[in-house]
Write a protein that binds this ligand. Structure first.
Ligand SMILES: Nc1ncnc2c1ncn2[C@@H]1O[C@H](COP(=O)(O)OP(=O)(O)O)[C@@H](O)[C@H]1O
Ligand SMILES: [Mg+2]
Length: 400
């Protein structure tokens, strides 16, 4: 590729005293170079063309740096190359990799051997800003940058918007795509529908844990979790409609904390309007999906719900999902875009009566309505960064 690797070393960057905080990057494509240049703007940055092999060679003679970012794309055995790198790299130099592998297990292996971060290509400015910059420059990390599982909240702007359907099937597809462990948490303890839709019966475990956080240890999971398949469990309740529940914020925080230790993803079917006790869920979410249908009620509520999420958790977490788009009788798209002030971030079309049949059969719609998987794929990709980059989603990846 003929690219202009614009930022080359300037003479002052090679003098020793000022270079100890130098960040050296070896990358092979202009997209990665641009993302690093923008995301690490203002730091003492050197970007060179190359891979981990070039980095190792440099380190044999020059260890005047605080961090190294290097490419392992196209390297057959990255762990062997990493061993070579480790033999010449001072232990206090932070090492970040970028590469093509998107397996969560690969990522974990890298973290286990002490790497600072790994980003799958193509990297974007935002990925560098969110994930590299705080670790390399010691700036305050965004709140979501901890080790616990990734929380995805699903909230319906109006009843019947499809929140429960999306929560269940998204949980299943996340597990299928990433091979990760997924917990589906239904916080509608009274009249919740996830269990009905999956054809199972929950016990009292979730209520007990939410009401008495001191009593809920990891055993709670064994009591409350119902296996949906090898990778997905459901945690839900089925309390009487007239039961007086005493769910506290501390209880919710504790349960979510336990789940985040054991599961890579926690998909939450969130009651709307949010009771104050579940604010921690919104605060801990990396993605909050606000679902609406093409109806006046949905539009009005979606606006208010987006604001509520932003007030609780800050902007950039909330995504608008227009469900059953193009359903006969629904508002035209232009009206929706005008009212939302933007295109919906995600769209699922009306998938017909098969969706409701699935509910009545007590099976996940994913097994019954073949088109659903295709329409959930861009949402899974947005959440995980895993999957092909074809179609509508690719512009987001390039940060366009
Ligand atoms: N994209 C869709 N196309 C067709 N039917 C849908 C779609 N999404 C949801 N449904 C159906 O709409 C109904 C309400 O969905 P549900 O998930 O219970 O909504 P909510 O949890 O927001 O109240 C269910 O019968 C469901 O099968
Ligand atoms: Mg529901």
């Amino acid at each position: 590729m003929s690219v202009n690797m614009a930022v080359m070393e300037s003479p002052e960057e090679t003098t020793s005293v000022v270079t100890r905080n130098r960040i050296v990057c070896f990358v092979n494509d202009e997209l990665s170079a641009a993302a690093l240049r923008k995301g690490l703007d203002g730091s003492n940055l050197v970007i060179r063309r190359g891979t981990i092999r070039h980095a190792t060679r440099m380190l044999e003679t020059d260890t005047d740096l605080s961090a190294l970012v290097t490419d392992i794309s196209g390297i057959d055995d990255p762990f062997t190359e990493l061993e070579r790198l480790a033999s010449v790299c001072p232990p206090d130099v932070k090492v970040c990799l970028i590469g093509e592998n998107r397996e969560i297990t690969f990522y974990r292996e890298l973290m286990e051997i002490g790497l600072t971060e790994y980003l799958p290509t193509p990297i974007t400015r935002d990925m560098v800003l969110d994930q590299l910059r705080p670790k390399l420059l010691g700036e305050v990390a965004p709140a979501q940058n901890d080790r616990g599982g990734h929380v995805v909240s699903i909230c319906g702007a109006q009843g019947g918007a499809g929140a429960t359907s999306v929560a269940i099937n998204l949980a299943l597809q996340l597990a299928e795509t990433t091979k990760a462990k997924v917990a589906l948490l239904d916080l509608h303890l009274q009249g919740g529908e996830t269990a009905v839709m999956l054809g199972v019966r929950p016990g009292p475990g979730l209520r007990i844990a939410l009401e008495n956080p001191m009593r809920a240890d990891t055993l709670f999971l064994e009591r409350a979790a119902i296996e949906v398949n090898d990778r997905v469990v459901l945690i839900s309740g089925d309390e009487d409609l007239d039961a007086k529940l005493d769910i506290t914020e501390a209880g919710v925080r504790h349960v979510l904390g336990l789940l985040r230790q054991r599961f890579n993803y926690v998909v939450v079917d969130v009651p709307v309007p949010f009771p104050a006790s579940i604010y921690p869920v919104i605060q801990m979410s990396r993605h909050v999906l606000v679902l609406l249908e093409a109806e006046v009620t949905g539009l009005r509520n979606a606006h208010a719900l987006r604001n509520a999420v932003t007030n609780i958790a800050g902007k950039d977490r909330v995504f608008t999902l227009l469900n059953r788009a193009d359903r006969p009788g629904g508002l035209p798209r232009a009206t929706i875009v005008k009212a939302l002030g933007a295109e919906p971030d995600m769209i699922i079309p009306d998938l017909g009566k098969g969706m409701t049949q699935a509910v009545n059969l007590g099976v996940p719609a994913l097994k019954h309505v073949s088109a659903l998987r295709r329409h959930l794929a861009p949402i899974v990709r947005e959440i995980t960064g895993v999957g092909s980059r074809k179609k509508a989603g690719w512009k987001r990846w390039l940060g366009l």
